[in-house]
Design a protein around this ligand. Structure first.
Ligand code: ADE
Length: 262
């Protein structure tokens, strides 16, 4: 993966039939401030502007029959070509097509995207886009979960939000524990704040002890317990990785021992 060239902010090009939906949530809070500060840039293209007929047609019924409409390849490709040729960066950015058929968006892929020069996201509507566009442009289909949205715009927002918080300068030092924990394969530990007594519930005593090592140990145990109970799939992967490490350590030890004996 290439890093963005110096001076260019990470840039998202969004191709959509609903340009007014952007920046949407991405114009608020952390991402919105970062956008104003030039820490990332956003270009929104209306796919309909690339239609060539007098009715501004962007879709047609599926060949072979069936319900719904399919976005035309010529119009979609013209929008993509325009967005790509307008980018100043030389390196071709990842071209993403949000789709429930795609690879899952996970933190590792989010991190990978944050280390590129930006992304081009083609938002589909109706039944989706003509397969030839996916094939010709080698679009990466990305899913944000096993459910069907009405279009790619909300998925594009999710992708943007998750990436932008990782860009340099966007979160400052706030990034950290949750991120590290997730990357290590565990869910985040529980959080508490004042008041210490609320209704009939107390905060775990160790958190008021001032003893940093004990607090860290409690948080680690709590994160493991949460992962085991709430995401057994993540827990299985985590324990597998760690047992793999233990097995490797054991193997190295026995090799060392054998060498010492000879
Ligand atoms: N478009 C429609 N459903 C979607 C999903 N689950 N993920 C990404 N894009 C989509």
């Amino acid at each position: 993966m290439t890093s963005p060239s110096f001076g260019d902010p990470w840039t998202a090009d969004i191709l959509t039939l609903f340009p007014d939906m952007f920046p949407g949530t991405m114009g608020h809070s952390l991402a919105g401030r970062a956008l104003k500060d030039g820490l990332w840039a956003l270009n929104v293209y209306n796919i309909r502007d690339f239609s060539k007929d007098k009715h501004n047609t962007v879709d047609n019924p599926p060949l072979g029959g069936g319900h719904g409409m399919v976005m035309r390849p010529d119009v979609t490709a013209a929008a993509l070509d325009h967005a790509l040729s307008s980018r100043e960066q030389v390196v071709r950015p990842p071209l993403i097509y949000p789709s429930p058929r795609g690879r899952f968006l996970d933190q590792a892929y989010v991190k990978e995207l944050s280390q590129t020069s930006g992304v081009v996201i083609l938002c589909g509507r109706y039944e989706g886009i003509d397969q030839r566009v996916i094939d010709r442009y080698q679009l990466t289909e990305v899913s944000i979960g096993d459910y069907i949205l009405s279009g790619g715009e909300q998925a594009a927002m999710v992708i943007l939000d998750s990436v932008i918080r990782l860009l340099p300068g966007v979160m400052g030092k706030q990034i950290g524990h949750q991120q590290e924990s997730f990357e290590a394969g565990l869910l985040e530990h529980d959080h508490y704040t004042q008041p210490r007594h609320w209704q009939d519930m107390n905060v775990p005593e160790v958190l008021s002890s001032g003893h940093h090592q004990q607090i860290e140990a409690w948080r680690r145990q709590n994160a493991e317990m949460r992962t085991r109970l709430q995401r057994p799939d993540l827990w299985d992967r985590y324990t597998e990785q760690h047992s793999g490490q233990n097995a490797l350590k054991k193997r190295v030890k026995s090799i060392d021992k054998e060498r010492d004996n000879n």
